[in-house]
Design a protein around this ligand. Structure first.
Ligand code: NAD
Length: 356
């Protein structure tokens, strides 16, 4: 198979982990006889520094022209600590999602058995957890009108959803539930928010078309509690942009670390595959970032954008083997991990490639 893959490392540890993600794609192409052609583009703080724009036109053009995108993360402390900054790395992220029509963000939360001890949640509660989140990605409070009023003394962000927006992500989630445990949990705040009432109405309407799927509706506050009380009760979860952002970070604890979770953003055109974590300024440059979320993002890319199931599973099996062999990056190591099994980013990548 011949495909064009755009690598967009972004900022901070995005640069460090995406290098490992790409090396895995290179190895897979070699092993299975594919021809992947790579290009690279700037986004985030590095793009602002180079061009003044967090998502330069050149990057967007390369994104549209590629078959899939392996993305790192964007963000820099300079902007986090300056709420008045007019140009910000995250603007690039939101613009990319809007421009590429990436309305569905898939986040598989699966715990590798070897990491049962790495989570702060008790192993007996976690064992067997396997959740697939569908977070809506191009609507909600993130994209509505926002501003200041009353002489800069109040601020507002407007949340808005259309039936169409809820239906298209809802349908994807129902279809995915059909290929899994046939359970769907729709998370909203329909007791308070009008957007949530519309959300629930649309999901209830879709449920009639999927009588084989067991559907439940949960309020986001209750879902947040249930996720750590009894994660195994969830199969597919579908929710709005803001709720999904928060719940999936919470759910990362089920997988042991932010450094283990991959995501796929798909929709109208090229799919974007990225770790759920950010640019992690606190560990940038130390070489200790866990590259496995980027590696698992590469596995999702092969599966979802190219339909290469065996290649994707080969990567997941290699991650499993690495962990079974006792290797850990610092974020997933525990008190019992021998010092010689704690790897830095680069060596974790090298050890992983040996297992593909
Ligand atoms: P973060 O995900 O970058 O980090 C949260 C914590 O998890 C940190 O302690 C970090 O060290 C740790 N962590 C994250 N990824 C790790 C990995 N691969 N290996 C080991 N430890 C890891 O979130 P944050 O600190 O809230 O944000 C930092 C910056 O990232 C901010 O500028 C934020 O805007 C940006 N951000 C970007 C994205 C994105 O590009 N999609 C997502 C979230 C945050």
């Amino acid at each position: 198979m011949k495909k064009n893959i755009l690598i967009v490392p972004g900022d901070g540890i995005g640069q460090e982990v995406t290098e490992v993600g790409k090396s895995v794609l290179v190895k897979i192409a070699e092993k299975f006889g594919h021809e992947f052609i790579y290009d690279e583009a700037l986004m985030g703080h590095v793009a602002i520094e180079a061009t003044g724009n967090p998502l330069p036109d050149e990057t967007l053009a390369k994104m549209r022209a590629s078959d899939a995108i392996l993305f790192g993360a964007v963000g820099h402390p300079k902007y986090d600590n300056d709420p008045t900054a007019k140009v910000r790395p995250e603007q690039g992220l939101l613009k990319m999602r809007k421009e590429l029509g990436l309305y569905a963000n898939l986040r598989p939360i699966k715990l590798f058995d070897e990491l049962l001890g790495a989570s702060s949640i008790k192993p007996e509660i976690l064992k067997g957890s396997d959740i697939l989140f569908f977070r809506e990605l191009t609507g909600d409070i993130y994209f509505g009108e926002k501003g200041r009023k009353n002489d800069n003394n109040s601020a507002y962000d407007i949340a808005e959803y259309s039936r169409y927006e809820v239906e298209r992500i809802g349908r994807k989630a129902f279809e995915a539930a059909r290929t899994r445990g046939k359970k769907l949990c729709s998370v909203d705040k329909a007791n308070v928010l009008e957007t949530s009432r519309l959300w629930r109405e649309v999901i209830q309407g879709l449920a009639v078309e999927y009588p084989d799927i067991e559907v439940e509706h949960q309020f986001v506050d209750s879902a947040a509690m249930m996720l750590i009380k009894d994660p195994r009760r969830f199969d597919v979860v579908v929710t709005a942009n803001l709720f999904g952002d928060i719940l999936t970070d919470e759910a990362s604890q089920i997988a042991g670390s932010m450094g283990m979770l991959a995501s796929a953003s798909v929709g109208d055109s090229t799919g974007v595959y990225e770790p759920i974590h950010g640019s992690a300024h606190d560990i940038t440059g130390k070489g200790i970032a866990n590259p496995l979320a980027s590696v698992l993002s590469a596995a999702l890319l092969l599966d979802i954008s190219f339909g290469l199931k065996e290649e994707s599973e080969t990567i997941i099996a290699a991650v499993d083997k690495l962990l079974k062999d006792g290797f850990r990056t610092r974020d997933i190591a525990d008190a019992l991990t021998p010092a010689d099994r704690i790897l830095n980013t680069e060596v974790a990548g090298i050890e992983l490639l040996k297992r593909i």
